[in-house]
Design a binder for this molecule. Sequence first.
Ligand code: AMP
Length: 207
Amino acid sequence: MRIILLGAPGSGKGTMAQKLTSELNIPQISTGDIFRKNLREGTPLGLRVKDIMASGALVPDEITIEIVKNRLIEPDCANGYILDGFPRSIAQAEALDAFQSIDCAVNLDVDNETVVKRLSGRRFCPDCSGTFHVSSLGNAKTCPQCGGKLIIRADDSEETVRERLRVYEKTTFPLIEHYEKLGKLITVDGNGGIDVVYRRILDALKK
Ligand code: AMP
C-alpha cells in the first residue's frame, strides 16, 4: 500500500506512521527525519536546510522532491510506503502524482488546542525517530524504545511552532482538497489517545 499521512504539525503523523510501519511492514518515509539526519551529520544538505528548518519554513520543493523520488525507488519501497510529511505543497503533490500512484491520503484532523498541547510536550529520539509526550514519559530522559537520549526538537519552540502552523494553513492545507478531488482522501479524527486514533486509521484503511 502507498499511503500519505496528511495533517498539521503535531497531528500525530510520525507516531501513526511508526505504528503503521510495523503493522504493514512497509517503510515510513519522513522528509523531516531525512533533513534532521543530514543536519546532525553536517552534510551539505544539512547545512542548506538548517536555517530554513529553524525558522519553521519549508525546504524548497525542488530539493525535497528530488530526495523523495530517490528514496521511493529504493527496493524496500517496492511493496509500498507511508509518506510522513510529504507532500506539503501542491507542487510536491503534483510531482508525486506524476511519478507514482498512491492508494490513499489519510488526513489526521485535530483541534488547534490539541496541536499546541502535543507540540509543547513533545520529546524526540534522534536515534530511532520515536516521538513521545511528557504526559506518558514522566521524568524519563531516555527513549522507551531504544534508550537514546530524548531531546526537544529545535523547531518545537513556541515561535517556530506558530510559523509552522501558518505555513501549514497556507501551503499544506490545500492538499486536502487535492486528494479529495482525486477520490483518495480519508479523513480521520486525530483527537484522543494514540491507540484510539490508530484504531480509527486501521478501520478507515480496511474500508
Ligand atoms: P516534520 O518533521 O515533518 O515536522 O518537518 C520538520 C521540518 O522539515 C519542516 O518544518 C520543514 O522545514 C522541513 N520539511 C519536512 N518535510 C518537508 C517537505 N515535504 N517540504 C518542505 N520542507 C519539509
